[in-house]
Design a protein around this ligand. Structure first.
Ligand SMILES: *Cc1c(COP(=O)(O)O)cnc(C)c1O
Length: 397
């Protein structure tokens, strides 16, 4: 298998997505098999002893290794351009495992303010309890990253573009600041996936994923992954083996199928979002549109350089606040009213009363989340139908 991996590093992302990591069994199956087994049997006591001691490599127990999960890990590592990857039970357990494996009490994290809500909760409420402090900075203000560094800073953590305001962070510049102080840069690449953005090639040390979103792409399964250097992934594997938030083999198989179509889906999501953003921008009842693919986006040049396409998520603001936002949402006929994203089905949400509902109004405004803000994660339906579904409410705002 490692031979095929070495060959595949030189091939295109589309080929890696379809061919990466597969090891055929004695049945010579064409599609990837699902190994739904918790443990593995040995030919003899001696073979069991040698496998347990690590003298010979082989599967022992699915908390340690599973062939379907391994295929997913190898494929994703290839696609992100990383040395190795490890699958996890969810996106949050990918982030938790990264912190548990690579940090210790007394360490300090610098993170962008606009990261996923549960990540903020993990950093503040749980890592904080074990003596790891986090400072939050503006994603797109590089000087704030530099100024937040303390002697004990061990990790930079960012997510770009941000949710739901679609702010863009400069992965290359931020990782350079980190490198000069021996700090690890971790990028949550959930919104882009390697089809749009490869943070490791821009200097980041680790990429974390919620595979639940675009990697699955059809809202079926929870999972996550961490990709990076062998030395770091080894530490993560040790944590996962001991503590157990490993990826289910069935979910790994779902994600393998998702990866095969990732590139064409991400382009389709991006093309549709670009068209929708331009249509919204010209709509008389829309005050503002946040989308990295619009030329008036504050970091448009950076987004063009850093991302292959502009992604499937956008947000827009209605001048009359919550009443108008809810009117647009409640007048849709087929858009899914849900905070999820990365799905064939377009989703629509009101961040101020859902994903960011627990913040104070001041905290929300500081994060750019007004009562009039609506977020749309554009799916794969016909774009004219999506526009029409939004227009039912928009026309009366
Ligand atoms: C959903 C999400 C997560 C968490 O992933 P789960 O699979 O739900 O645990 C982390 N980061 C981002 C950006 C997300 O959108």
């Amino acid at each position: 298998m490692s031979d095929s991996k070495n060959d595949l590093t030189k091939l295109g992302l589309e080929t890696q997505a379809v061919r990466g990591g597969q090891l055929r069994s004695m049945e010579r199956e064409h599609a990837e098999p699902i190994y739904l087994t918790s443990s593995y049997v040995f030919e003899s006591a001696g073979q069991a002893a040698d496998t347990f001691s690590g003298e010979i490599s082989g599967n022992v127990y699915s908390r340690y290794t599973n062939p379907t999960v391994r295929t997913f890990e190898e494929r994703l590592a290839l696609m992100e351009g990383g040395e190795a990857a490890v699958g996890t039970a969810s996106g949050m357990s990918a982030i938790l495992s990264t912190c548990m494996a690579l940090l210790q009490a007394g360490d300090h994290i610098v993170a962008s303010k606009s990261i996923f809500g549960s990540t903020v909760g993990l950093f503040n409420n749980y890592l904080g309890k074990f003596g790891i402090e986090t400072s939050f900075v503006d994603l797109s203000d590089n000087s704030q990253w530099a100024e937040a560094i303390r002697p004990n800073t061990k990790m930079f953590f960012l997510e770009t573009p941000s949710n739901p305001t679609i702010e863009v962070g400069d992965v290359l510049a931020i990782s350079e600041i980190a490198k000069s102080k021996n700090i690890l840069t971790v990028v949550d690449n959930c919104f882009c996936t390697p089809a749009l953005q490869k943070p490791l090639e821009l200097g980041a040390d680790l990429v974390v994923h919620s595979a639940t979103k675009y990697i699955d792409g059809q809202g079926r399964a929870l999972g996550g992954a961490v990709v990076g250097h062998d030395e770091h992934i080894k530490e993560l594997v040790a944590f996962l083996r001991t503590c157990g938030p490993t990826m289910s083999p069935f979910n790994a198989w779902v994600f393998l199928k998702g990866l095969e179509t990732l590139k064409i889906r991400m382009k389709a999501h991006s093309d549709a979002a670009t068209e929708l953003a331009n249509w919204l921008k010209d709509h008389p009842n829309v005050a503002k549109v946040n989308y990295a693919g619009l030329s008036d986006h504050p970091q448009y040049e950076l987004a063009q350089k850093q991302m292959q396409h502009s992604g499937g998520v956008l947000s827009f603001e209605l001048a009359k606040g919550k009443e108008s936002a809810w009117k647009v949402i409640d007048n849709t006929q087929f858009l899914s009213i849900t905070a999820n994203l990365g799905d064939a089905k377009t989703t629509i949400t009101h961040p101020a009363t859902t994903t960011h509902g627990r913040l104070t109004e001041d905290q929300r405004l500081a994060a750019g989340i007004s009562q009039g803000l609506v977020r749309v994660a554009v799916g794969l339906e016909n774009i004219e139908d999506i526009k029409q579904d939004l227009d039912r409410g928009l026309l009366h705002c």
